[in-house]
Design a protein around this ligand. Structure first.
Ligand SMILES: [Zn+2]
Length: 487
């Protein structure tokens, strides 16, 4: 089996079924992905950019991959920022004297001056328009600003994130511009049990006047502070943060391969990011994405199948600080023939299928690949542009076909970037199904007679490119109709 290339994904029903069976309960590879990830997170814990634990995690991954017998296991250096949270404390002085609020400083935030407390009145606003209006009226000066932007997460449990990110990402410098002394943001969370959710923010410039300490507060506290202000109470907080931006450090993207038997220099890439925030254990974000990529490779190895092309797993570093490892990898490998980039960074929950970006021809092939996953109800190949994944973005931008896992991830933002991102969020059986989606997709695309056709730059295949691709095939095969089935 799996020794002769085939022209169409529909020729791979037997192989797809074997992969799926090996990952269903009782199968050869069942229950492994979750436990492998648990061993990583139990041993190393969370893995924030620039930390010794991220380096330990990279070493850990390389040693287990080596022991598992993968090919070309190695690390690739990436220079990453090193932000250190330090001690944080936020206490209400009025009206609820002594109430200790749970906060999490935002990545890249500075601390309070010399880590000492800042005491100030709070101004709660709903959005940036209110902030600007009150700023012009001189009411922001000297205040701690809290943006309590409320999105309807109950009807939009994933999409609200996109609507809210600017309040976490840009708010501090906007508030600083009007004279605020610190910035608080309502956590970007679809559900809350009193836990703040951190994330990255970016100052408008390196000038001191653009930089004030920035932290996330819980949804519950944000709403309480808004109520207090609405009742005319004078809300006063004492905030201290020991956050520091330290010199950049070296980290390592981790790489393992299952080499191709005929075209080893052509690559299908599977990936998730190894770094995480410094709270929880980064099981869901994004240990799960890396674990299902890894499990896809383990499954093919266990079945003793080598595709024609190489299947490569990459665990990115620096994702949480702006997709740094993914960008570095693209810069270092852009001359390689990468046929398809696959990523999971929106939760390795029960799979629905894939979100695909690429040209029309490649999309038709991918839809056929998707139909091989009917047995596990994961046939969806959506072209909705909703792949939020950042690490493979540079490839997609130059027309390399890209796919990301679509899963039942409605709970993703309940745990995202919080202390709640633990192994208990993930389910072994669901991760196995997600690994099956990755393994079937990677194997079939890596084994097909013809490489998946590239689309145009910016990820969408245009007519010109399609024609060009067809002509190329016609010349090579003497028959435009051969090769991949295109509907
Ligand atoms: Zn992530």
């Amino acid at each position: 089996m799996a020794t002769t290339a085939k022209p169409s994904p529909s020729d791979y029903t037997t192989e797809a079924q074997s992969i799926i069976t090996s990952l269903l309960p009782g199968g050869l590879c069942a229950d492994q992905a979750w436990h492998k990830l648990a061993a990583l997170t139990d041993t190393v814990g969370n893995r924030v950019c620039g930390s010794p634990s991220l380096e330990r995690a990279s070493s850990y991954m390389l040693s287990v991959w080596q022991a598992e017998g993968f090919d070309n296991v190695h690390g690739e250096n990436v220079t990453v920022p090193h932000w250190h949270r330090g001690n944080e404390e936020c206490t209400m002085l009025n009206p609820r004297l002594g109430y200790r609020m749970q906060i999490l400083g935002l990545g890249t935030s500075i601390g309070t001056p010399e880590g000492r407390p800042v005491e100030a009145h709070v101004l709660v606003v709903r959005n940036f328009d209110e902030l600007a209006a009150l700023g012009k009226a001189g009411q922001v000066q000297g205040k701690i600003v809290l943006v309590n932007y409320a999105c309807d997460w109950s009807t939009n449990p994933v999409g609200c994130y996109g609507a809210c990110t600017k309040y976490r990402g840009e708010g501090a410098s906007r508030a600083a511009r009007w004279g605020a002394v610190a910035y608080l943001v309502r956590s970007l969370a679809s559900a809350s049990i009193g836990s703040p959710h951190t994330g990255m923010q970016t100052y408008a410039s390196s000038k001191a006047e653009d930089q004030i300490p920035a932290a996330a507060v819980t949804v519950e506290d944000a709403e309480a502070l808004a109520r207090m202000q609405a009742r005319g109470e004078d809300v006063v907080l004492r905030l201290s943060m020991g956050a520091k931006n330290l010199p950049a450090r070296q980290a390592r993207n981790v790489v393992a391969e299952w080499r191709g038997r005929e075209l080893p220099d052509e690559v299908v890439l599977l990936s998730g990011h190894l770094d995480s925030w410094d709270v929880g254990v980064g099981a869901m974000d994004d240990g799960g994405g890396l674990a299902i990529s890894w499990q896809a490779l383990s499954t093919l190895r266990a079945l003793h199948w080598r595709a024609r092309r190489t299947i490569r797993v990459v665990g990115w570093v620096g994702e949480e600080f702006g997709g740094i490892g993914g960008r570095q990898y693209f810069d270092d490998h852009r001359e390689e023939k990468v046929v398809l980039v696959i990523e999971s960074d929106m939760g390795a929950f029960r799979p629905r299928g894939l979100s695909f970006s690429g040209g029309e021809e490649a999309a038709s092939v991918m839809a056929e690949v998707g139909s091989l996953l009917g047995g596990i109800n994961a046939t969806l190949v959506a072209r909705d542009g909703k792949g939020y994944e950042t690490d493979t973005q540079p490839w997609k931008a130059v027309g390399v076909p890209g796919a990301s896992l679509l899963s039942e991830n409605e709970r993703y933002f309940a745990y995202h970037h919080s202390h709640g991102d633990q192994m208990s969020v993930l389910q072994p059986g669901d991760m196995d199904l997600a690994a099956a989606v990755f393994a079937v997709t990677a194997f079939v695309v890596a084994d097909l007679d013809e490489a998946l056709p590239k689309g145009d730059e910016r990820g969408e295949g245009g007519k010109g490119k399609m024609k060009e691709e067809k002509e190329r095939r016609t010349m090579r095969k003497g028959n435009a109709g051969s090769g991949l089935a295109v509907s």
